[in-house]
Design a protein around this ligand. Structure first.
Ligand code: ACO
Length: 432
């Protein structure tokens, strides 16, 4: 980021003398930001619920141009990465800022493989959950609990500890995700296999059993890898901001990522992929689409088209385009091109994209619109969808956390616009 202001904004407040001078910084890409820090000394706060016009940090990792529908990781467009790269290479890029050489890549892949197992005691921890627990509840608990198992890498001021923790998290998340599933269906946990790549290994731990050989389909593994890539990072979204806020207190990284997982769970964020399938099931048939479009447009009806709209993208989400293509490939491989839910989703998308309400508000499909259909086709149960989002998002969370901890940072402590009672005296209960 530019260290010197490119210009100044001057704020004049009615009835007050003088101006407040606010530095304006020019980013390498995107919208300039006004530094409102000097306001604190002038007796005013800024007010921006939902952070609609507020940059919460400076960052060099990911850039989104929501109007143009562009997503760059360390400068590389997501569609190029999705076509030519793979998830672990993207993890390396996010963590280190540059694409790896052959040697660096081989070392990184081997390091991640050596960290995929979880402490044996963690299996005991799983057994404390009810079998019907939501896997996101399990994941929040288990990831938070990792801080009780890996004491040797919890010094957040030591870059080597931070590096090991990043590797551990990226390596262990698929193992924990698959264990959450195995626990819910009462099957034995499957140990990771180092002869498989990242996505193959995940599918093996999900669907393999000790009873027979499980052959991983290369098309499904490639789709899974791409899905992880499409979720890898997305700058300062709600869960990443949660990770940063928790991290700003000096909390350990496992606790911070657990906080991010909790934030991701909501249906307005990572829970949307689960919500899309529930919505498609509720709509049921193409003939009902018009009724649901009407509901979505009715300001008195809380119904929304899930998987549509985005705070930042006011154009087609570039991840949704890749996801749509991946969806077609997966359904073809599985011989279910005629999937009724895919047909329903496509029709819904087409109608919404032509409807004035959606056009005016610039509401387009987001990454979640098609991911659920792919997951369902692969055989992943609906309540695991957000768990897979969390698995894919882990390198983003940990890179963003590391970026913050590596530089000067302050505890995140927003202020408020107070609307409650002014000071008043306590009234004894007999006099109320
Ligand atoms: N269906 C119908 N109308 C919608 C939708 C939708 N999916 N999304 C937004 N709108 C409408 C709103 O009603 C509002 O209309 P109004 O101006 O007449 O009041 C307008 O579009 C702007 O919507 P906001 O809620 O103000 O936009 P915001 O940026 O706060 O919300 C969000 C973005 C939460 C993603 C929203 O679009 C939404 O709820 N979408 C459905 C859930 C979803 O798919 N979430 C996943 C997001 S991507 C991710 O986290 C990976």
């Amino acid at each position: 980021m530019a260290n010197e202001p490119s210009k100044y904004a001057r704020l004049q407040i009615d009835g007050e003398e003088g101006e407040i001078e606010l530095p304006v910084y020019q980013p390498t890409e995107g919208t300039p930001v006004i530094d409102v820090g000097p306001l604190a000394k002038s007796g005013y706060f800024t007010y921006d619920p939902g952070f609609v016009a507020t940059a919460s940090c400076d960052s060099d990792i990911t850039y989104i141009d929501g109007d143009a529908g562009i997503l760059l990781h360390r400068g590389y467009p997501i569609d190029q990465l999705a076509e030519h790269s793979n998830y672990l290479e993207l993890c390396y890029l996010l963590l280190n800022g540059e694409l790896p050489t052959d040697k660096e890549n081989a070392e990184f892949v081997s390091t991640i493989k050596r960290h995929t197992m979880v402490h044996e005691q963690i299996a005991q921890f799983f057994r404390g959950f009810r079998r019907d627990a939501h896997p996101m509840a399990i994941m929040c608990g288990v990831v938070g609990a990792l801080s009780a198992f890996y004491h040797d890498s919890l010094d957040i001021d030591d870059p080597e500890h931070r590096r090991i923790t990043a590797h551990r998290l990226i390596a262990k998340m698929p193992t924990i995700a698959a264990m959450s599933y195995k626990y819910s269906v009462g099957q034995p946990f499957m140990y990771p296999r180092n002869d498989l790549d990242y996505a193959e290994n995940f599918l093996y731990m999900m669907f393999g059993t000790p009873c027979e050989e499980y052959k991983v389909s290369p098309t499904l593994a490639r789709a899974m890898d791409r899905i992880f890539m499409l979720h890898a990072d997305h700058e300062q979204n709600a869960s990443t901001s949660t990770v940063r806020l928790a991290g700003s207190t000096g909390a350990n990284p496992f606790a911070c990522i657990a906080a991010g997982i909790a934030a991701l769970w909501g249906p307005a964020h990572g829970g949307a992929n689960e919500a899309v399938l529930k919505m498609l099931a509720e709509i049921g048939d193409v003939k009902n689409i018009d009724r649901y479009i009407k509901k979505a447009k009715d300001p008195d009806d809380p119904f929304r088209i899930m998987g549509f709209g985005h705070r930042v993208y006011k154009n087609y989400d570039p991840r949704a385009k890749v996801m749509q293509q991946t969806c077609k490939e997966v359904l073809e491989e599985l011989g279910v091109e005629d999937d009724p839910q895919l047909k329903l989703a496509q029709k819904l998308e087409q109608i919404a994209l032509e409807d004035d309400y959606f056009v005016k508000r610039r509401l387009y499909p987001n990454v979640d619109f098609y991911s659920g259909i792919i997951f369902k086709a692969i055989g992943i149960p609906v309540d695991m969808f957000t768990v897979l989002f969390a698995t894919g998002r882990t390198p983003g969370w940990i890179t963003q956390w590391n970026e913050m901890i590596s530089g000067p940072y302050k505890i995140g402590r927003p202020r408020q616009l107070y609307g409650g009672e002014s000071q008043r005296d306590y009234v004894p209960i007999t006099k109320r």
